[in-house]
Design a protein around this ligand. Structure first.
Ligand code: GLN
Length: 447
């Protein structure tokens, strides 16, 4: 059914960069055979899954939305996809993304622009726009995304689905193509909080192959869903209701806050005074880390190698000039500039100090409340092409989500209504470190 749906919708949606139909059918038959033989099947047996194309899948092309990896077929499997395969999930394809996960609309993909299923003239958000659109349009039941500054939560919000950015270190990144290594996290998308919690339970956990992986035990996230909200303290972040917030988004989020109050939560306003500095700090830190991570694409080890080079340096230069898109080049330039001698203290070091202050604001807030709340994005989905000429206005769509990555905290986006154009609106719940259970709890009660 998922493959039929993909075949019918892909001409308009373009959520997938590759569809692995044969493999998916073979996996489905294997599940059927197990059922027929009365053998035990995994938790996700037979569930169609979309995987963002920046996670390595052995033997299946993994492009990262970039021309430089157009023909890259990984010789190994990422831990998350390995775990999901073992749980019986069926990967139906690799989903579209902004090149190297740099973007907020999926328009930076070197291959195609994904449409928002609610309005085909609009973007699905990004960078995990393919995964969000695929789940929203029923092309798969759940999907994986990655979130460096909002890339799971913002597309979840734009497409009216649920998306979680887990605590830094809770999900293994082995096999995830690195963007900003101190920020990147893999996380789940689902149409409901329950589906998302189940997928999270299946991918979380310690992995010796990832040096940032946390050695903690994983709770059964579905257990926390059905308890009451009574007494839970939710803090509404004052700074996220200021300038730039669309009035219809504000209305919907305020209405959701009232619903949560009716459900028994104690609501209070909380100030995180340095919240707004997250965006400028992020756009120094993430490009700096990206400039180092992307140094490996030199035409020697992976993917593309330019022809007709005169010498080694010329080969590097031609490969990178033709293989990377404009946004990726912009990030590499900003990052190398911020890290260079003479500018390091003024930009990179300063941004790291700001990052610490933002983290401290969250720590103070969490002495007063259990969960923080904000809109997920300042607006609903914008029109394709609307922001491509102005990178700064594109960066602004990450205003609400970025600080959460800087602090390493979990963040959940859940749908909370529609604007007058029938476009979905998202609500963000931010938790203490490793308290994904509380986010699922609040999200489920609201839903
Ligand atoms: N839009 C942000 C960026 O371009 C965040 C992307 C992400 O989370 N991968 O960096």
């Amino acid at each position: 059914a998922a493959l039929n749906r993909i075949q019918a919708l892909e001409p308009q949606l373009r959520s997938f960069l590759s569809v692995t139909a044969d493999l998916a059918l073979a996996q489905a038959q294997a599940v059927d055979a197990k059922i027929a033989a009365n053998e035990e099947i995994g938790l996700l047996a037979g569930i169609p899954l979309g995987v963002k194309d920046n996670m390595c899948t052995k033997g299946i092309r993994t492009t990262c939305g970039s021309k430089i990896l157009e023909n890259f077929v990984p010789p190994y499997e990422s831990t998350v996809t390995q775990k999901l395969a073992e749980a019986g999930a069926i990967t139906v394809g690799k989903t579209n993304l902004d090149e190297f996960a740099m973007g907020s609309s999926t328009e930076n993909s070197a291959y195609q622009v994904t449409a928002n299923p609610w309005d085909l003239s609009r973007v699905p958000g990004g960078s995990s726009g393919g995964s969000a659109a695929a789940v929203a349009a029923d092309e798969c039941v759940v999907a994986l995304g990655s979130d460096t500054g909002g890339s799971i939560r913002q597309p979840a919000s734009f497409c009216g689905v649920v998306g979680l950015k887990p605590t830094y270190g809770l999900v293994s990144r082995f096999g995830l193509v690195a963007y900003g290594s101190s920020l990147d996290q893999i996380g789940p998308f689902g149409r409901s909080v329950e589906d998302t919690a189940i997928l999270m339970g299946a991918i979380a956990g310690y992995d010796p192959k990832d040096s940032t992986s946390l050695q903690v035990s994983i709770p059964d996230y579905t257990q926390s869903l059905k308890t009451e909200l009574k007494g839970l303290k939710i803090g509404v972040i004052t700074e996220t209701f200021g300038e730039g917030l669309d009035t219809e988004v504000a209305e919907a989020v305020n209405k959701a806050i009232e619903t949560l109050r009716d459900l028994g939560a104690e609501i209070q306003e909380i100030s995180c005074p340095r919240f707004g500095y997250g965006l400028p700090a992020y756009y120094i830190i993430a490009p700096s880390e990206a400039s180092a991570n992307l140094a490996r694409y030199d035409g020697v080890k992976y993917g593309l190698r330019a022809d007709n080079a005169e010498n080694l340096m010329d080969m590097y230069t031609r490969t990178r000039a033709s293989g990377f898109g404009a946004e990726v080049k912009r990030r590499i330039m900003v990052g190398t500039y911020a890290l260079s001698a003479g500018y390091y203290d003024a930009y990179y070091l300063k941004a790291q100090k700001v990052r610490t202050l933002i983290k401290q604001d969250f720590e103070t807030a969490f002495t007063k409340v259990d969960v923080l709340l904000s809109p997920t994005a300042p607006t609903t989905a914008f029109k394709a092409g609307e922001k491509t000429a102005d990178p700064l206005s594109m960066y602004l769509s990450d205003l609400m989500t970025i600080s959460v990555n800087l602090a390493g905290l979990p963040g959940l986006s859940i749908p909370c209504g529609f604007d007058r154009q029938n476009l979905p609106i998202g609500l963000q719940l931010i938790g203490k470190v490793l308290r994904e259970d509380q986010l699922f709890h609040v999200g489920y009660a609201y839903e």
